[in-house]
Each structure stands twice: as C-alpha cells, then as structure tokens.
Design a protein around this ligand. Structure first.
Ligand SMILES: [Zn+2]
Length: 280
C-alpha cells in the first residue's frame, strides 16, 4: 500500500502540495487524516467535507469507505484507532485498514496523507504493509513564522514570541530530517512549488513511481474529500500566488533575527544526503 506523507511545520503550504498531488489520476489525497477521529468519532464535528457534503459522515465517499471498513473488520471509521499512540500495534493496523479501504473505494494507486506531524510519520514508517515515501516540505521561515503569528489557532499562542517560533521551526525541521535522512525521501521548497509547479512535481512524481500530469497544475478542478487543511482546499480557482507578506510586514530586526536564528533549521532542510531523491 503506497502512501506519500507530507511532513512539515504548520503554515508551510502543505494544502497546496496535497491538492497538486490529488490532481494526478493515480492519486487520492485524504488530507490531514490524523484529524479524522474529530469528525467521525464521538465528537462528530459538523464540518463540511471538501466535496461540499455537510459533514464527513454524510459524504458519499467517506460513507463508502466506512462500509468497506465495516465489511472487512467489523469496526467503523469512528472506532478505528487512527491517532492514539497508547496502542501502537493497533494504531499501525487500523491505519493500514483505513488506507486500504480508501484505495479500494477511490481506485487510486497511492494515497496522500498531509497530516504533517512527525510522530505520525514515524508510526507509519514502522507499519507493516505500508510503503511510505516521506516528502519534507519547508517554506521560507520568514513567511512561515509570520503566518504562525497570524493564525488564530489556540495551540499556536504558546509560540507567540519570535524566539519561540524560531525555535519551533528549527526543532521541527531537525526532527523531520533526523527521521528521514537515511531512507528514500523527497524535499520540496514551498516557494519553488508555487513558482514552477512542473519543475518540482515532475521529479517528485517519478520518485512516487508515476509521470507528472499537466492536470496537476489545475488542482481545483479535481474531486476532493480531504479532511482538515486550510481554506485553500475549498477554492474553485487554480490561481497560484506566492504569499510573501513577510517582505512588507516584518521589520528589519525581525527579518535579521529570523535569518540568523533559523540557520540550524534551514541547514536541516538543505542537507538532503544520499537518500534525498531529486528534491531541491
Ligand atoms: Zn466528501
């Protein structure tokens, strides 16, 4: 079961990369699937599926996946252990069940998981039956850090200080690099993806085992049922715009502090090593 896993810090462009991979005829993206329990578990958050269905449980696609899971295991999407690490074997097994059910319903040759989280990547890499290609995505830290400060998410407030955000950027990149550097993986810079999607996606698709398809650039045209991700996943437009608000909205001292402070994090991203496939 082939899985492409996008690992990154938050606000690094993972939704865009996720949608562009979903545009391939052999792909199906589940988005930030680690959040699935929030939508199908006891809480049942009523958030629209990206396809427009009023919720994940009312989406015809996820309904069918649920039926396959039930037929094969007697469990439901709501009872699968997708993100509870107190039972690692169960979590690995249930994620395989989920990915196989998604592949059976979608007919896709590979599934894209853009959960970003490095601990989940570690879990999936050790799951029997899963063939995981990690894709390390990073953005210019000045853009990533400015986006973090503007995010309304409560969990990000703890990183409110510039120093905290710089430390977080370095820590995330180091953790991802340590986990993947000695195995096949791919590295993508967000700015390169926006400026020239074909140049980034062509070698990436080869690494996955497919050829790039021009339709991937028209990412908004394709059917989508991804769970979680930013508002971009609902957009109807294929417009690509490089978000460089940091040039205007950070002052000189903030820019210098980020440039110097994130040197270890940027180095961790750059050293692709022998196992980094043609990522830049
Ligand atoms: Zn849907």
């Amino acid at each position: 079961m082939k899985v492409v896993y996008i690992a990154s810090s938050p606000h690094s462009g993972s939704t865009l990369l996720d949608l562009m991979l979903n545009g391939h005829s052999g792909a199906f993206t589940v988005g930030e699937i680690r959040q699935l329990p929030k939508f199908v578990g006891p809480e049942q958050l009523m958030k629209r599926c990206t396809c427009g269905a009023p919720s994940i449980i009312e989406c015809p696609f996820w309904h069918e996946v649920d039926a396959v899971v039930q037929a094969r295991t007697g469990q439901t999407l709501g009872t699968l252990n997708i993100d509870r690490y107190d039972d690692l074997d169960g979590c690995r097994r249930d994620n395989l069940v989920l990915f196989e059910a998604v592949a059976a319903v979608s007919g896709a040759g590979f599934i894209v998981d853009s959960s970003k989280d490095v601990h989940r990547l570690e879990l999936l890499l050790s799951a029997p039956g899963l063939d995981v290609l990690p894709v390390f995505l990073a953005r210019n830290p000045k853009g990533q850090i400015l986006s973090m400060t503007r995010s309304g998410e409560r969990k990000n407030r703890q990183f409110a200080s510039l120093l905290g955000l710089i430390g977080f950027y370095c820590l995330q990149n180091s953790k991802i690099d340590r986990l993947i550097r000695d195995r096949p993986h791919f590295r993508v810079r967000y700015e390169d993806l926006v400026r020239n999607p074909e140049a980034v996606l062509s070698p990436l698709m080869k690494a996955i085992g497919y050829e790039y398809e021009p339709g991937q650039r028209d990412f908004a045209e394709h059917e989508r049922h991804n769970v979680g991700g930013n508002r971009m996943r609902r957009k109807k437009s294929n417009e690509l715009r490089l978000d460089e608000a940091w040039r205007r909205d950070l002052n000189f001292f903030q820019k210098v502090a980020i440039d110097i402070g994130t040197i270890p994090g940027r180095y961790a991203f750059r050293r692709a090593g022998a196992h980094g496939l043609a990522g830049k």
